[in-house]
Design a protein around this ligand. Structure first.
Ligand code: HMG
Ligand code: MG
Length: 301
């Protein structure tokens, strides 16, 4: 079994992790979390989203958060953008990367971004064009790539279709997302293979919510395919307000612990990462949702 020698993790905690929180998290806390993540060695951080504040109030401070970050050379800061209005606002904050986010399921597309899959591609096309003109890298996310809270199981062909449509409009990277964490290794591999019909292995990533405790094993299944880029969330925060029952992303701490054990390089300092996860968990008044963080924090005391 030949595994990648290095893995890039995108910590989506400040965005995916916090978007679903009921209590408002002040911009300063989000900024501190970003600073702690970059100090821990994260090379890409998904900071916020430029979506409607009526739909996702927690992300209303997007510009303030982006403006407050002391950027570290070599770190990429990405933001979610659903349409041109979001792009125009995002661009003022100078992101290194934007993420357009569609879905493999029609019902989820409607609930999440209020339009059909075809309409979403029409909305993304001018965003992608404008971003590429400004040399801003464009990542795409395909939600509900294995299962949908409204439609049930999703066939890989539907992932392939959205990957093809995204490729046609110039999206440079394809993130395959198990929004509600129902995937198991072979199903996730099939969804990945569907994306790989249109994207190079170096341009795909996995984004696994851990609702059913499968995210780590799904990550391993992708590593076995040679996939080396993943989204994860410090302290296992996360969830989508429009995906009922979905819990957090796989904890960055758990992924880093596993990768260290496999001898795979991440450039991340696990101790400092645990501090970041503990900081945000303390603020939210809960324990980190990471088995590795819990075990290592217990050892500290
Ligand atoms: P809409 O209502 O169809 O948009 O929403 P609209 O164009 O008809 O505009 C309606 C109002 O929204 C107008 O304001 C617009 O100005 C405003 P009003 O005149 O009523 O005052 N508006 C905006 N405001 C700020 N920023 C914008 C923007 N666009 C319109 N960009 C829209 C469409 C996409 C905006 C809406 O459905 C929305 O914001 N949805 C939120 C989606 C979201 O953030 N979901 C969570 C992130 S995705 C996720 O978590 C999944 C992921 O993690 C992968 C996975 O796990 O699956 C990425
Ligand atoms: Mg997500």
């Amino acid at each position: 079994m030949k595994l990648p020698s290095r893995v890039k993790l995108v910590d989506v905690g400040p965005r995916d992790g916090l978007q679903n929180e009921k209590q408002m998290v002040p911009a300063e806390v989000k900024i501190t979390l970003v600073h702690m993540l970059q100090d821990a060695g994260l090379k890409e951080i998904e900071v916020t989203s430029f979506v409607s504040p009526k739909w996702v109030p927690q992300m209303a401070d997007n510009a303030q958060v982006m403006a407050g970050i002391h950027r570290k050379p070599g770190v990429r800061y990405s933001v979610l953008v659903p349409n041109m209005k979001g792009f125009e606002a995002a661009v003022e904050s100078k992101p290194d990367e934007i993420v357009v986010f569609g879905a493999a399921s029609e019902a989820f597309s409607q609930r999440n971004i209020n339009c059909s899959i075809a309409e979403s591609i029409e909305r993304f096309a001018p965003v992608v064009e404008a971003a590429l003109k400004r040399n801003i890298y464009v990542r795409g996310a395909i939600s509900t790539a294995v299962g949908c809270p409204y439609e049930g199981e999703i066939a890989p062909e539907r992932v392939e279709l959205v990957a093809r449509l995204m490729k046609q409009i110039g999206v440079q990277h394809c993130g395959v997302a198990d929004t509600i964490g129902v995937g198991t290794p072979l199903k996730v591999q099939r969804a990945m293979e569907a994306a790989l019909k249109h994207y190079d292995i170096n341009d795909v990533s996995g984004h696994f919510h851990d609702t059913y405790g499968q995210a780590l094993v799904n990550t391993m299944a992708c590593l076995e395919m040679g996939i080396w880029q993943f989204d994860s969330s410090s302290a296992g925060l996360g969830g989508c307000p429009y995906a009922k029952g979905a819990t957090g992303n796989v904890a960055t701490e758990d992924v880093v612990y596993m990768l260290q054990g496999l001898g795979i390089e991440t450039g991340i300092d696990l101790d400092k990462l645990i501090d970041a996860g503990k900081y945000i968990s303390d603020f939210l008044d809960r324990k980190p949702n990471s088995r590795a963080a819990t075990a290592l924090l217990n050892q500290r005391t």
